[in-house]
Ligand binder design. Structure first.
Ligand code: ARG
Length: 257
């Protein structure tokens, strides 16, 4: 696994979640907490660009044939036919999901476990679903964000069968930096969460998008789920790759993939 010491310290390893069984119960059955911690079930078709990756991460369709995910979800760059992308249904067990294999992976150049947590996965065939555009400036790096994923609904919890969603407010670099004792890379990471905790992404949501509405009311991706101290703990916001910082690099990498 490429999971680094930093991630091992801060979070559970991706490999552990990749092997975790998908919960057989609807995530919102009874009073159980919702995914992504503190969320609710996403409606079918609400976030059509969402992708589940077979190593236990999330992602979003950047183009119909390229998934944007986290660098810490992949092992490096090159030809790679080992990843399956599942899309098209909030229910991973639905017979109507679309499953496509990877052909290539591009891990962010210079990725070493701190910052630069983005990667592209090329698919064997295009998936005919809407894509999610990425923020190219910092104009949308504020406000309230939506997060979604099939990851754990609490620290140490199971991966989910049904896509979950939640909304979390922007947290300033200064505040997030003080939470994390200097571990934040402010130019490359953006934080979100409530000071009192309770709502957050969690293990298995990594690589998935954090997004909001742009001025034309379209969804736009501003973050990639990266890391945090536990999940939804008071005083520890979620840390996301700041997509606008890497938009030009992502665009050119995708063009050459
Ligand atoms: N690194 C985690 C993963 O591999 C994601 C952690 C997100 N944590 C958080 N508290 N927001 O799935």
């Amino acid at each position: 696994m490429s999971t680094l010491v930093r991630f091992m310290k801060r979070t559970l390893a991706v490999g552990a979640v990749a092997l975790a069984a998908v919960s057989l119960q609807p995530a919102n059955a009874g009073a159980s907490p919702a995914p992504v911690v503190g969320g609710t079930r996403a409606a079918q078709g609400e976030f059509p660009f969402m992708v589940r990756l077979s190593m236990g991460c999330g992602g979003a369709l950047y183009t119909q044939q390229i998934v944007l995910t986290a660098a810490h979800c992949v092992n490096g760059s090159g030809n790679n036919t080992s990843i399956t992308a599942t899309a098209g249904n909030v229910d991973l067990n639905s017979s109507s999901t679309i499953k496509v294999k990877s052909t290539k992976v591009l891990q962010a150049p210079g990725y070493n476990g701190t910052g630069k947590d983005w990667a592209l996965i090329k698919l064997a065939q295009p998936i005919n679903l809407p894509t999610l555009k990425i923020a190219e400036t910092k104009a949308y790096d504020s406000g309230t964000f939506t997060v979604a994923g099939w990851g754990a609904t609490r620290e140490g919890g199971a991966q989910q069968r049904y896509l979950m969603k939640a909304t979390v407010p922007f947290v300033s670099d200064a505040s997030c930096q003080s939470s994390y004792g200097g571990s934040l890379v402010p130019g490359e990471e953006i934080c979100a969460g409530f000071s009192q905790g309770g709502v957050d992404t969690c293990q298995g949501d990594s690589g998935g998008p954090m997004f909001r509405r742009d001025n034309a009311n379209a969804w736009i991706q501003v973050g990639i789920v990266s890391w945090g101290e536990g999940c939804a703990r008071p005083g520890y916001p979620g840390v996301y790759t700041e997509v606008s910082t890497f938009a030009a690099a992502i665009k050119s990498a995708a063009a050459g993939l």
